[in-house]
Design a protein around this ligand. Structure first.
Ligand code: ADP
Ligand code: MG
Length: 254
């Protein structure tokens, strides 16, 4: 079943210097529980595309559908983890994790209990009353993810979720995040400029052209379809082949 359908979407930004076309004629259908990674060079329109899917931006042309319903603005079925989605340093871990629910005025005792259970399940049980500065980068990333999951979205949009982490942590946190998202049967669209990250986590990798961002090619990753974790995928010989193919696609001039 198609969860997300992007149909012929273009977006122009209006600036003092004139119009800038950020993304052009993008069409893509994402199945329920699929993990799609979008790779492209900096400035090619990746974040713009996620904002269009989330309903924060309206397309200049085309439409986006979630569960066959046209997106007219932000909706509860979609959770959006923005690039550099930092935690608030003056709020405790629990209060940070509850922020999304608070904004939606849905901080019921049941919802709070659910968030506490998630914190516990994901290794943050003893840290509810700590502050973000007292946590490692990987733990902070998990809190940000729990905050996004707390409002119960079916579709998650992740914008370079691991860019603040060092290499070792990226591997460990990527492994955890994939486990969490698979357990919870989420549909995921993740933007990154890191090809190995995309290949290790996704069912399909979409390569975008430089601005205005169009879809250049789409690559199905066999290892994810077979249920391998990101670390297992990285150990497969095919991993390098996928990397090379996608790297060439990304750096092709045309
Ligand atoms: P990416 O996430 O791939 O780095 P973005 O989607 O952030 O790219 O931006 C795509 C292009 O649109 C860039 O050239 C950027 O400068 C431009 N852009 C992004 N946001 C705005 C805005 N609010 N107003 C004008 N131009 C913008
Ligand atoms: Mg971006």
């Amino acid at each position: 079943m198609a969860r997300v359908e992007i149909r012929n979407v273009s977006l122009n930004y209006h600036t003092l210097a004139g119009e800038v076309r950020a993304v052009e004629d993008i069409s893509l259908t994402i199945e329920d529980q699929e993990f799609v990674a979008i790779v492209g060079q900096s400035g090619c329109g990746k974040s713009t595309l996620l904002s269009l899917i989330s309903g924060l931006l309206r397309p200049t042309r085309g439409s986006v559908f979630i569960d066959q319903e046209e997106v007219q603005g932000p909706c509860r079925r979609v959770g959006y983890m923005l690039q550099n989605d930092y935690l608030f340093e003056w709020r405790t871990i629990l209060d940070n994790a509850l922020l999304g629910l608070e904004i939606r005025r849905e901080k019921t005792p049941e919802a709070v209990a659910e968030v506490k259970a998630m914190l516990k399940a994901y290794g943050l049980g003893g840290f509810e009353q700590y502050y973000p500065a007292q946590l490692s980068g990987g733990m902070r990333q998990r809190v940000a993810l729990i905050r996004t999951l707390a409002t119960g979205p079916d579709v998650l949009l992740l914008d370079e979720p691991f860019s603040a982490l060092d290499y070792q942590n990226r591997l460990a946190v990527g492994e955890e995040v994939v486990k969490i998202l698979r357990e919870r049967r989420k549909t995921v669209i993740m933007v990154t400029h890191d090809i190995p990250e995309a290949v290790s986590m996704a069912n399909r990798v979409v390569v975008m052209t430089p601005r205005p961002g169009r879809i250049r090619s789409i690559h199905r990753i066999k290892m994810c379809d077979e249920g391998l974790t990101p670390l297992q995928t990285r150990e497969r010989p095919q991993f390098r082949e996928y990397f090379t193919t996608i790297w060439k696609e990304l750096n092709r001039d045309d």
